[in-house]
Design a protein around this ligand. Structure first.
Ligand SMILES: Cc1ncc(COP(=O)(O)O)c(C=O)c1O
Length: 345
């Protein structure tokens, strides 16, 4: 593939404190390869938190598996372990095989892996950590990406490290990473001529993009600190406003605060999250509601859901503020002033 890919893979593995990494064309491709390498097959159940980006969920459908969704914990917004256990129990009593759990480190906050790993071990379910948004975060002192049988990062344009488009798989299981490497290169056999024994994918990362990733990865600590200070500044400016509640940081981890997210209680604040989005938009500033849960998406209508009210509430009341590290102190004050004004007006 080229020396830059080799170097980037070594660096990504080190960032996740694992032995091996494979760089690919997107986070979605990485999840797809992880599911195949873990043996997920048509008819299997794959469990995903409902509060996530669709890139976590779609690859299970590519594999012919059935997606079941689980609600979030109201404090951490990550997958709720007791509802997860209900889903495992339901699959067991229905005689369904669970091909994998994909736990998601949402907005940079690691899921509760102490609980999740114990559940996966006792129900014998492979764990994929979707750390697409969480490069540089930690849980109980260990880095995001290191908690599953395999972890996944995204280097999409909006992420903390970006190769414009890209992703990576990380694991201590060399056989699994080698299998993903083989599949990502059209499953080409090591022959002089082009020899194929199974269907593969064109999912590799190019050498040029890997060089970009490498250069940025060397500044990861600084990038995480910058995102955290964006979050902290917004919290200083808006934390005391009635009706505004910032996403809490789980005491077990340190989030990279990839996006600054909060909820707005419209009754107390005097305006809704969508009013704030419109007020910012009027000043040419982009903001968005929080992710619409998967179980509320038309494409997944009818899929099984465990709980649901927490993710629904976060979608109804949630807001993502501009969070890029290029924002200046003046920019943050301007955004906060518009938010305040919307509530007051
Ligand atoms: C939680 C999550 N999972 C998966 C993905 C998919 O990554 P990509 O866009 O690189 O395919 C993303 C982001 O884009 C994401 O935020």
């Amino acid at each position: 593939m080229g020396p830059a890919v080799d170097r980037f893979e070594t660096e990504v593995a080190a960032a996740a404190s694992v032995g091996f990494a494979h760089a690919v064309s997107s986070g979605t491709a990485a999840i797809h390869l992880a599911l195949i390498a873990l043996g997920v097959s048509p008819g299997d159940v794959v469990i995903v938190p409902s509060l996530t980006f669709v890139g976590s969920a779609n690859p299970a459908v590519y594999c012919g598996a059935e997606l079941w969704f689980v609600d979030s914990d109201p404090d951490t917004w990550t997958i709720n372990p007791s509802l997860l256990q209900s889903a495992f129990d339901a699959a067991h009593s229905d005689g369904r095989r669970i091909g994998a759990l994909i736990a998601v480190d949402i907005f940079g906050q690691c899921a509760d892996y102490g609980e999740i790993q114990a559940l996966c071990a006792s129900y014998n379910v492979p764990l994929i950590e979707d750390a697409a948004e969480a490069l540089g975060s930690t849980y109980r002192g260990e880095p995001a990406g290191s908690f599953g049988n395999v972890g996944v990062f995204s280097f999409n344009g909006n992420k903390i490290i970006t190769t414009s488009g890209g992703g990576a798989l990380v694991s201590n299981d060399q056989t699994l990473i080698d299998r993903c490497r083989h599949l990502s290169a059209q499953a080409r056999e090591p022959e002089l001529h082009y020899e194929h024994q199974e269907i593969g994918f064109n999912y590799r990362m190019s050498n040029v993009l890997a060089a970009l990733g490498s250069a940025q990865l060397s500044t990861l600590e600084h990038r995480v600190a910058a995102r955290r200070s964006v979050f902290a500044r917004y919290e200083d400016l808006l934390g005391g406003v009635d009706g505004i509640a910032f996403m809490k940081e789980d005491s077990q981890g340190i989030s990279n605060r990839w996006l600054t997210t909060l909820t707005i209680d419209a009754g107390k604040f005097g305006a809704s999250n969508l009013d704030v989005v419109a007020a910012l938009e009027a000043e040419n500033i982009e903001a968005r509601p929080i992710l619409k849960p998967m179980h509320a998406q038309r494409v997944f209508r009818g899929n099984r859901m465990f709980g649901g009210s927490v993710a629904e509430h976060l979608f109804e009341d949630g807001l993502c503020l501009p969070s890029g590290t290029a924002l200046t102190g003046d920019d943050l004050e301007r955004v906060a002033a518009i938010v305040r004004r919307t509530g007051a007006g």
